[in-house]
Design a protein around this ligand. Structure first.
Ligand SMILES: Cc1cc2nc3c(=O)[nH]c(=O)nc-3n(C[C@H](O)[C@H](O)[C@H](O)COP(=O)(O)OP(=O)(O)OC[C@H]3O[C@@H](n4cnc5c(N)ncnc54)[C@H](O)[C@@H]3O)c2cc1C
Length: 299
């Protein structure tokens, strides 16, 4: 397989048995068989068609900020779009951007052009593609409010443009979690506003994050989706789980909604801790906590 891929990708764009922990904000995750750092959309297209013909599994990720990769790693091809496809074009109140651009970079570009709508994204450490897949949001903002359309690539390498109403957005959910398409670029609709006001809002959101979230520790953000009628942080505090740990995984003492890696956590530590929390929440509150973080790979 290696020599065949070299027919269309240079060797410096391929990483073998690459530890996913080097590419996730949790700093956890076993090896990817082959990680590909595409140069452009054409690389992704050819690779997808190649993998489908040979029945090789393909996984895509952006910045790895919502991922828990199991300790056995990921088989097949893993495409890293974050930091790779990151072109941005501003056209009046619209922004056209590739999926690999950092969300925070996009928020700053928008603010520079006096465009409002992306302030919430300041401090979300993901890529545009990951943010669309997850319908990322914060402080009353959400991707679904600003996306007009996205171009994505299907398992056979064909391109399709999705309109906003085809993306099945829901709380931390979009169609890209299930339809096998990888987002390559998106067009966002923003609105002009006072630049100072936009920057003030971004600084305020950054301040709130700094105050409440364990930003100095590796994590994948909020571990669980918010269940109806509850807030996860206070719920875990009531269960006495703040600061509780298994192995190197710990419920953050700063914000119980986050599980942090205290240094040498394995995915297995985190999964055991998640299971423990879910059991306690079920017993005490009758609530089934669903993970917001995406768990992938093999044991
Ligand atoms: C400190 C911290 C704070 C956070 N705060 C927030 C917050 O306030 N709000 C919030 O919503 N999230 C938050 N997150 C979670 C995370 O940053 C977001 O979900 C982010 O949008 C994920 O982007 P990513 O590129 O890192 O995705 P990844 O983690 O790389 O991938 C996440 C999922 O998206 C899929 N995916 C990635 N790229 C694509 C693509 N191009 N096409 C199709 N599928 C794709 C992956 O396969 C995976 O299933 C936080 C995380 C951390 C560590």
């Amino acid at each position: 397989m290696y020599s065949e891929i070299l027919n269309f990708l240079p060797a410096d764009r391929l990483l073998f048995h690459e530890e996913m922990k080097k590419h996730t904000t949790f700093k956890i995750g076993g090896p990817a068989d082959i990680m590909v750092l595409p140069r452009d959309e054409e690389d992704v297209r050819i690779l997808m068609a190649f993998c489908q013909q040979r029945d090789i599994p393909v996984f895509v990720f952006g910045m790895g900020s919502n991922l828990l990769v199991r300790d056995g790693g990921i088989r097949g091809i893993v495409i890293k779009l974050g930091d790779n496809l990151d072109a941005v074009e501003v056209m009046g109140e619209e922004i056209q951007a590739q999926a690999g651009v950092k969300l925070s970079t996009l928020a700053r570009i928008a603010s520079f052009h006096a465009l409002s709508g992306l302030e919430f994204a300041e401090g979300i450490p993901g890529s545009l593609g990951g943010a669309l897949a997850m319908n990322a949001g914060a402080y009353n903002g959400e991707m679904q409010a600003i996306v007009m359309e996205a171009t994505a690539i299907g398992p056979d390498g064909s391109l399709k443009t999705f309109q906003a109403d085809e993306m099945e957005f829901n709380y931390r959910h979009s169609v890209f979690q299930t339809n096998g398409y990888f987002v390559l670029s998106a067009r966002l609709q923003l609105v002009y506003d006072e630049r100072d006001e936009i920057e003030r809002r971004m600084q305020e959101f950054a301040r709130r994050r700094e105050e409440k979230q364990p930003l100095d520790k590796p994590s994948a953000g909020s571990t669980f989706k918010r269940p109806q009628g509850f807030y996860v942080g206070p719920m875990l505090e009531e269960l006495g789980l703040k600061g509780y740990g298994i192995g190197g995984a710990q419920v953050s003492g700063k914000h119980a909604g986050f599980i942090i890696n205290t240094g040498n956590a394995t995915a297995s530590d985190v999964l055991q801790l998640i299971g423990h929390i879910q059991q306690k929440a079920r017993e005490r509150f009758g609530v089934d906590l669903q993970t917001e973080i995406r768990v992938v790979g093999e044991e």
